[in-house]
Design a protein around this ligand. Structure first.
Ligand code: ES4
Ligand code: ZN
Length: 327
């Protein structure tokens, strides 16, 4: 079978990865020890056993607890270095990395500590791995728009280190329109804009991410299949969806990978990409997402693989000159 080899070897861009979700249990324990942060788990094995999720919120509770070991610039650097080295092994040529500053500033960590550590790791990935990497600052949607505006204010001196902003965390009950003003401000500052929508939430949240936030990409978006008019809009405007198959499986968005609708989205002409979301929590990095999905859905072929890799570069915010080189 040559397909898994092709999936692993093909150059790809990863556009939906939360850096805090790349923190492996071993590194959580190592950083907890280094920083003297107590953990409510006795061992790596006990922590890993807690990774049995029933929905998005059940995951987020454990994900935010894991991030509590991050205190110093070196911690953020080490976490991002480990992800970028792992991504390079999967032939990721370009990565756009989400981070959640409010998870850290709420614990008294300065935003420059977060951004400087992550940015230094991205810069070093170019020389170490030939991998270009940029950062997308995500606002936590379970918090207020005022909190998001204050976070943007704190990030203003560091905006040259960020390519765009996103919206993540608990989706239901927190529609995109809650963040209309902060996203308008971000667009005026020249930042790219993306948003999680239609992961668990309804198609209406995808509409408002597009119409109110003016999102250039939709993160997840798999619930779009329930709205034919929305499917036509996404296809006509080639609005990329950053889909994360193993995430959707582990958070019970689909009961089995064989039931995933990625092929349906692709065949409808949408600019679908494959990504890992939170690889340390969902059981695989980007190549695992490709190989496990293709194994579960036999109708996916080498032609689809090529299309998905092409889409990932097309959907990226990389410089046009870099995109031409990858194509
Ligand atoms: C996330 Cl899977 C997912 N959905 C929404 N927000 C997130 N933050 C980290 N992972
Ligand atoms: Zn995500």
């Amino acid at each position: 079978e040559r397909l898994p080899g092709l999936l692993r070897a093909m150059p790809k861009a990863e556009l939906h990865i939360h850096i805090e979700g790349s923190l492996e249990p071993e590194m959580i324990f190592a950083l907890a020890q280094r920083n003297g942060v107590p953990l409510p788990y006795a061992s790596v094995e006990e922590l890993r056993r807690a990774y049995a999720f029933t929905d998005l919120q059940s995951f987020l509770d454990i994900y935010y607890a894991g991030a509590s070991v991050l205190l110093h610039e070196q911690d953020f650097y080490d976490m991002a270095r480990a992800y970028l080295a792992r991504a390079a092994m999967d032939n990721v040529a370009h990565a756009e990395i989400f981070f959640d500053p409010q998870t850290h500033t709420a614990r008294g960590v300065h935003i420059e500590t977060v951004i400087n550590g992550l940015h230094r790791a991205c810069a070093d990935a170019r020389s170490s791995h030939g991998l270009s990497a940029s950062l997308i600052l995500c606002f936590l949607r379970h918090l207020s728009e005022e909190d998001a505006l204050a976070t943007l204010e704190q990030a203003l001196p560091l905006l040259d280190r960020i390519v765009g902003v996103g919206l993540d965390s608990s989706e239901r009950g927190h529609p995109p329109e809650k963040f209309a003003r902060v996203f308008e401000r971000c667009r005026a500052l020249g930042l790219h804009v993306v948003a999680h929508a239609g992961e668990e939430g309804p198609p209406a949240y995808i509409w408002s991410a597009l119409d109110v936030l003016q999102a250039e990409r939709i993160d997840h978006g798999v619930q779009a299949v329930h709205d034919p008019a929305l499917m036509r809009r996404l296809a006509d405007e080639r609005i990329p969806l950053t889909v994360c198959p193993l995430s959707n499986l582990k958070l019970c968005v689909f009961p089995r990978l064989a039931d995933h609708n990625l092929l349906q989205l692709l065949e409808a002409g949408l600019a679908v990409t494959v990504n890992s979301d939170d690889p340390a929590y969902f059981g695989g990095y980007v190549n695992d997402n490709f190989t496990q999905l293709f194994a579960a859905v036999p109708a996916l072929t080498a032609r689809h693989a090529y299309q998905l890799a092409w889409n990932s570069f097309e959907a990226s915010f990389a410089a046009e000159a870099d995109k031409r080189a990858w194509h």
